[in-house]
Design a protein around this ligand. Sequence first.
Ligand code: LMR
Length: 331
Amino acid sequence: MSLPRVAAALLCFVVAAAASARAADPIVIRFSHVVGENTPKGIGAEMFKQRVEERLAGKVEVVVYPRSQKFNDDGALLALLFGDIEMAAPSLAKFRRYAPVLQVFDLPFLFKDVDQVHRFQQSEIGQQLLQTMLPVGILGLAYWDNGMRVVSANKPVRVPKDADGLVFRIEPSAVFLEQWARVGAVGIPMPFKRVTDAIREGLVKAQENAWSNIYSRKIHTHHRYFTEINHTFLGYMVVTNQDFWESLPEDIRSALEAILAEVTVEVNRLAGEQADGDRRKVMETGTVEIISPSAEEIALWRDALMPVWKQFEPDIGKEVIEAAVAAAATK
Ligand code: LMR
């Protein structure tokens, strides 16, 4: 064989070998999130990875990027759209730009507890909301819990007037911004990874978050006062890029959906336990005070904050708010 023909044959062999290696390459799912590994979402992402890699070994690989290692939540949603990651689970308060209707989850005092949130999420409208970002190419796969938000501050905040003049770190939610403005406080939206530094640097004097985030980000080492107003819930939507999800072979996609459904049950069970456990650990430090406002004091918060419902009704939709109220009330 002449030298050029040997070279051509060799090239064909190399190309064929590379192509067959590619064909055998596992599908990679990059899952980015912003919280610690030892929080409901962190545990859920790892559990999803482990079960996928056990049951779809060699076919699908999951790479988890926790603690904003790769992106903050705004960046993760853009990365999802650009195909730089395949999964994320931002807080429900972070989707306003893509689906204003999801602000229903931010409304103060709409849900009294996590069971009420679940009833709405499982209702017909709650399930439809998973599809509400399809026009931009984002598909909601599941709802994951964290817990009810607790207010922490460097001074006792028991009634609305105590919040007057306080600067809060908030998630980028227009509802939260307005809600705090109603009691004379200033909300500064900032990514989760900045929270502890912003408190330490004195940039903000207050914040609101779930117990697992407070404990894992050591917020209790900077704030002494924690108020359980139970005004809003912190939960997540697990999302993917619709084109990516639909491009998966059917058997793989349904296996992934089955695993995600199992993991969702586990995460939501665990979130309740962890909220109690992390609250206890924070209390046991002996350096904090937990403030439980009386029914009369909670009524003052409701009067102060609930007017934001009317303000956001055109954005969210009256029927969605009514459906949430009805689902929450159903036993
Ligand atoms: C926050 O920004 O405070 C939370 O949304 C973080 C999270 O993912 O729980």
